[in-house]
Design a protein around this ligand. Structure first.
Ligand code: PGA
Length: 259
């Protein structure tokens, strides 16, 4: 059975001591997950310490961003190799906050994706439409534009190392979650883009996560929805009970499917 993924995007939250205490407690509460992959993406400053804690567990470590150049005069930036050296295996790229607050272009995101893959990091590539784009009927076009720009020229083996996160901008941090129908429709659209670039098999195997106001109260309904392979969680990943509850919901769903 396909494994599902629950990824935590802490954004700019938790300093180093806070991250360590939180991760030590959280990792103990996630020990019994056998079917669900957990990825924690703390801020850069906590990566090394959290990596040391997670190395003793089955939980993966991810970063929230990186720069595409390998090294050099890029004040304030972090390379893929630097992330790898902290035992990071994943990196979130193209998050809507990077696109909208920091003006990251599709082209820049593509370069980052290529550099991450080259270095052996697995990108979690975020795409999603704004409210205005949805209301004007442009959701499918925007998803296609962002998908094509990010994944152009990738080989099949590179694509196998990618995860896609559908994150409607209007649902991020707003408490307004996409309905299962809205999410499923977008995920089907994304899967058909993968199928036309690669193959139906690749599209079926691709992990497509949903992100945007995922909470313990809506996780069960969403995970039972066609085409949702897990979650990328912001706000609820900062609260231990909420994150554990969502992870348990996903694990329980898989356990029931197995029977
Ligand atoms: P949220 O954030 O869960 O707080 O809506 C999701 C994200 O930005 O990845």
């Amino acid at each position: 059975m396909k494994r599902l993924i629950v990824a935590a995007n802490w954004k700019m939250n938790k300093n180093v001591p806070e991250s360590i205490v939180f991760t030590e407690r959280l990792s103990k509460n996630l020990l019994n997950l056998r079917r669900t992959d957990i990825i924690l993406c703390p801020p850069y400053t906590s990566l090394f310490n959290i990596g040391e804690i997670l190395n003793k567990t089955d939980i993966y470590l991810g970063a929230q961003n990186m720069y595409f150049e390998a090294s050099g005069a890029y004040t304030g930036e972090i390379s893929a190799d630097m992330l790898k050296s902290t035992s990071c295996q994943y990196v979130i790229l193209g998050h809507s906050e990077r696109r909208h607050i920091f003006n990251e272009s599709d082209d820049l995101i593509h370069k980052k994706l290529a550099a991450a893959l080259e270095t052996g990091l697995k990108p979690i590539l975020c795409i999603g439409e704004t409210l205005e784009e949805r209301q004007s009927g442009r959701t499918v076009n925007i998803l296609k534009k962002q998908y094509v720009a990010a994944f152009r020229n990738l080989s099949e083996s590179q694509m196998r190392n990618c995860i896609i996160a559908y994150e409607p901008v209007w649902a991020i941090g707003t408490g307004i979650v996409a309905t299962p129908e809205q999410a499923s429709e977008a995920h089907k659209e994304i899967r058909s883009l993968v199928a036309s670039q690669f193959s139906y098999k690749m599209a079926t195997e691709m992990a497509i996560l949903y992100g945007g106001s995922v909470k313990p109260e809506n996780a069960a309904e969403l995970i039972a929805t066609d085409d949702i392979d897990g979650f990328l969680i912001g706000g609820a990943s900062l609260v231990e009970e909420q994150f554990v509850s969502i992870a348990d919901t996903v694990e329980d769903y898989l356990a029931k499917q197995e029977k």
